[in-house]
Design a binder for this molecule. Structure first.
Ligand SMILES: [Mg+2]
Length: 252
């Protein structure tokens, strides 16, 4: 992995202690209140959302409008605050030598692609607007997505507590260089960056949960998994999950 931009290296303690009995997931609701769910419930919610999306696609323009509201800001910040509590709680339970990690998604989690989405929103035949993903690669290569500050601060907090930060993104491996460049430009430090193999067609939930398992296999306990899609979170392999708001698009 090319992570020359690491600002610090994390001591690698290889004592693995999985805390499977306390798996939970928290979704912030639209009014900012947070609710906790079991990991199984998270999977059920992901399935339910997938089924709902088949009949009621998201509307990009309405999602963009919501993303600029105070309600969305509060929803985002409530999930981040819950994430910080999850990290603190995990550290309280730490056994000697136990290494913790945070797994984070990238797009709409730490990098804000709304400039691309504003430009590329297009009408579809159903009358709803949808994302044109065809030019996303060109946008990503420009490496100029702005940071989403609440999550950036959360990840910096985690690293200050010697909790490793691993990005697990649905971006393809061919976008590694501009992704590193964008993260560096946004002043976001991390300990590992997993991109999807070029041409990989698996659902994000399958790919991402397998990566989380490999992180556990390296010896880390994943204290927190955070992302804007249910598919970032379903499939277990994290003590706590936080769902950030995104009504602009849906990724299975
Ligand atoms: Mg995302």
């Amino acid at each position: 992995m090319q992570t020359n931009n690491l600002k610090a290296s994390l001591p690698l303690y290889l004592s693995l202690s999985l805390i499977l009995s306390s798996l939970s997931i928290t979704f912030a609701s639209t009014n900012g209140a947070a609710h906790s769910f079991t990991s199984q419930k998270a999977d059920e919610m992901a399935l339910s959302q997938a089924l709902e999306m088949k009949t009621t696609p998201m509307d990009l323009e309405m999602g963009l409008a919501y993303s600029k509201t105070e309600a969305c800001k509060q929803e985002f910040e409530a999930a981040v605050a819950d994430g910080k509590r999850a990290i603190d709680e995990a550290l309280k339970t730490a056994k000697h030598g136990q290494a913790f990690a945070v797994v984070s998604d990238i797009d709409e989690t730490v990098l804000d692609n709304r400039q691309y989405l504003e430009d590329k929103a297009k009408k579809v035949t159903t009358g709803q607007s949808d994302v044109d993903w065809g030019k996303f690669e060109n946008w990503a290569i420009e490496a100029r997505a702005k940071p989403l500050e609440p999550t950036v601060r959360l990840l910096a907090y985690a690293r200050s507590k010697k909790v490793a930060v691993f990005f697990v993104t649905g971006r393809m491996e061919k976008l590694r260089k501009p992704t590193i460049e964008n993260l560096l430009r946004a002043d976001i430090a991390y300990d590992g960056l997993y991109l999807r193999p070029d041409g990989d067609k698996r659902h994000a939930s399958e790919y991402k949960s397998q990566v989380r398992k490999s992180i556990e296999d390296m010896g880390f306990t994943i204290a927190l998994n955070i992302g804007d899609q249910c598919s970032d979170l379903s499939g277990g392999h994290a003590m706590d999950c936080e769902k950030l708001p995104n009504r602009m698009y849906y990724i299975p």
